[in-house]
Design a protein around this ligand. Sequence first.
Ligand SMILES: NC(=O)C1=CN([C@@H]2O[C@H](COP(=O)(O)OP(=O)(O)OC[C@H]3O[C@@H](n4cnc5c(N)ncnc54)[C@H](O)[C@@H]3O)[C@@H](O)[C@H]2O)C=CC1
Ligand SMILES: O=C(O)C(=O)Cc1ccc(O)cc1
Length: 307
Amino acid sequence: MAQIYDRVALIGLGHIASSMSHAMRRAGMVGEIVGYARSAETREIASAIGLCDRVVDSASDAVADADLVVLCVPVGAMEAVAREIGPALKAGATVSDVGSVKCAVIDAVGPHLPEGVHFVPAHPLAGTEHSGPRSGFAELFDNRYTIITPVKDSDPVAVAQLDALWQGMGALTEIMDAERHDRVLAVTSHTPHLIAYTMVGVADDLGRVSESEVIKYSATGFRDFTRIAASDPTMWRDVFLNNKEATLEILGRFTEELFALQRAIRRGDGDHLHDYFTRTRAIRRGIIEAGQDTDAPNFGRAPGRKD
Ligand SMILES: NC(=O)C1=CN([C@@H]2O[C@H](COP(=O)(O)OP(=O)(O)OC[C@H]3O[C@@H](n4cnc5c(N)ncnc54)[C@H](O)[C@@H]3O)[C@@H](O)[C@H]2O)C=CC1
Ligand SMILES: O=C(O)C(=O)Cc1ccc(O)cc1
């Protein structure tokens, strides 16, 4: 594949940055990869495992002469990093990020970028419950969406280059405005994570998780909850503090529906429960039928096609 950027700087060397580094190398689309992380221990690990071509001791050194700078830190740390690197950015460089929330990151980062630097925020919808520089792998983004949320004056060439990089890393890409991104992700990712955290907390309150009874007798649903609830606490604290409105809106709707189901159970209203579960089952089947499940064998095929 043709080289898109001569030098890429990754700020924050955790799960997403390390996966990007592996995926960029696999794609052969970038020249040098320079890395920086706040903790000396992370920098040492990154150097020891050869995660980047160079690991440096300051964010400003990392971005000097970089053509693409990707902020891979928790959402709440984006502003401080942007403030620090702003004066060191090369004219014509592109700054992007991988934050799980977009509006708050745009508000936090944008004001610190000088004239002549292109800002193209993005969010890979791929990850695991693991964190740190050893946790990344090249295949993480394969066949997963990365949403790019250009700001109002994002340069179309800079957007197209970043789009091509993500596709080179195996991702499917989509352009979306940041407000819509935050509303969609509140439904599909942020609130579900909160529910998983709560469910595991409830089971723990009952004192059964530690005795491993819950795991021993659980089907995959609860195991998935425990996996998700093992995700990084700093990252998820920052997601909720920075996508407050959309998450609270979805949580409000969630609790209303939960109360209705609770009442149906108490009253023995089997029709309500059956109708509800029939509706949700149809939604899942619709997703599969329409070829929209990226894990399904029919992904990307026209609806109804069987070959
Ligand atoms: N983990 C996941 O599944 C996904 C995470 N994201 C987003 O990616 C970003 C990074 O997440 P992960 O890679 O999972 O986190 P991580 O915890 O694995 O790595 C974060 C890195 O940022 C560094 N860091 C923290 N504060 C810093 C600061 N002030 N200055 C410099 N470095 C700092 C840490 O030392 C660490 O190297 C977050 O914004 C998150 O919302 C996006 C998609 C998926
Ligand atoms: O581990 C999982 O199942 C995830 O959902 C990973 C994930 C976490 C945060 C994101 O913003 C995107 C993807």
